[in-house]
Design a protein around this ligand. Structure first.
Ligand SMILES: [Zn+2]
Length: 354
């Protein structure tokens, strides 16, 4: 997909400089201004904080960056700003404090800032580009071919549910953001369709079933209460590179939920490392872990590839703890119990943001 961009909405007085400098820096990076492109790669959506209006993208691959002006950052920035991100149906939010700095907010609760000064617009583009140009692998295909003996789950899905409860008891699973409470129904459907999420929640778990398949938590569900196969826990059987979708086996009688957006990452790791038996992803940190260099979006092929690369370099790929920049950790193990034993008491709840 070509790197095209358009703008939407009117910049407030404090955003006028940004509305000139940012497009110019994007063009230097290879983006082309294409105001008539019905499916641009990137949309700069200038937002009025009094009346935050969404840009309704027509293609999933369109990345929306909402921009708004603020006088100062409130004490709890994520809590104050995250609703603008969701309400404007954006993938990322840039809050500009004139003559001082730009703050970024991402769907996975990332928050980091870039100070004004030399190369300001270039530095903003370096933040935006990995997010905007990434390929999302969030389409699901549901095959109603799950073996009847697995319709009620197995020993492994019970372990998965148990591990979800343990993570919850360690306070590692923030409640899903109540996205359906702050969006009108048609916007909520837009978000579900285009982000491929069933509601925002953070963290996921999976366990290997056999050589090719693994069980994984669904998107947007309460991980402390994983019960129904096909709704809370799904069996991932493949990735289809032609359709660019995750293929799931579900019981025929169920209205399935989508699998976690990180399924592509887990799929890559399981396929490459037969000795990996389980993977847990949490929004927390651990000292001294190797970490990815760029902040890619959740569910992107690029994030999956960079995590898989670090797993490959680990002394023992089946016992790796990998940092995802400004985001969290992906931890591999021989089993879920093995992972929980290794991380108990060692996690830092605050992910460092740089
Ligand atoms: Zn995450």
């Amino acid at each position: 997909m070509a790197l095209t961009f358009t703008t939407h909405g009117e910049p407030s007085p404090g955003l006028v400089g940004l509305a000139q400098g940012l497009p110019a820096a994007l063009e230097r990076k290879g983006y082309r201004h294409a105001p008539d492109d019905p499916a641009p790669r990137l949309v700069l959506n200038f937002v009025d904080p009094e009346n935050p209006r969404p840009y309704r993208r027509r293609a999933q691959a369109t990345f929306v960056l909402s921009l708004l002006e603020a006088k100062a950052m409130p004490t709890n920035p994520v809590q104050a700003m995250y609703p603008y991100l969701v309400r404007t149906l954006a993938n990322m939010l840039l809050v500009y404090i004139p003559k001082k700095e730009a703050h970024f907010f991402t769907l996975d609760l990332g928050h980091y800032s870039e100070p004004e000064g030399i190369g300001f617009f270039e530095r903003l583009v370096e933040r935006i580009h990995p997010m905007a140009s990434a390929t999302l692998v969030i389409k699901n295909r549901f095959d109603p071919d799950l073996e009847p003996e697995l319709w009620e789950g197995d020993e492994l899905t019970r372990e998965l549910a148990e591990a979800g409860k343990v993570l919850d008891s360690w306070n590692l699973l923030p409640a899903p953001f109540p996205i359906d409470k702050i969006l009108p129904p048609e916007d909520f459907r837009h978000v579900q369709r285009l982000y491929g999420i069933g509601g925002l929640s953070y963290g996921n778990l999976s366990v290997r079933k056999d050589e090719r398949r693994f069980w994984m938590s669904a998107s947007g569900v309460d991980k402390a209460n994983l019960r129904t196969i096909g709704r809370d826990i799904l069996l991932v059987k493949d990735y289809d590179p032609v359709e660019n979708c995750i293929v799931l086996s579900v019981p025929p009688h169920i209205e399935p939920r989508r699998v976690s957006v990180d399924a592509i990452e887990h799929w890559m790791i399981y396929r490459e490392h037969p000795e990996v038996g389980a993977i847990i992803h949490v929004h927390a940190w651990m000292d001294g872990v190797p970490a990815t260099q760029a902040h890619y979006p959740c569910g992107s092929y690029e994030l999956a590839r960079s995590v898989a690369e670090l797993v490959r370099q680990a002394p023992d790929p089946a016992s790796a703890v990998i940092g995802l920049k400004n985001h969290g950790l992906t931890i591999t193990g021989r089993s879920l119990k093995d992972i929980l034993r290794r991380i108990e008491g060692r996690l830092i709840r605050q992910v460092p943001m740089t």
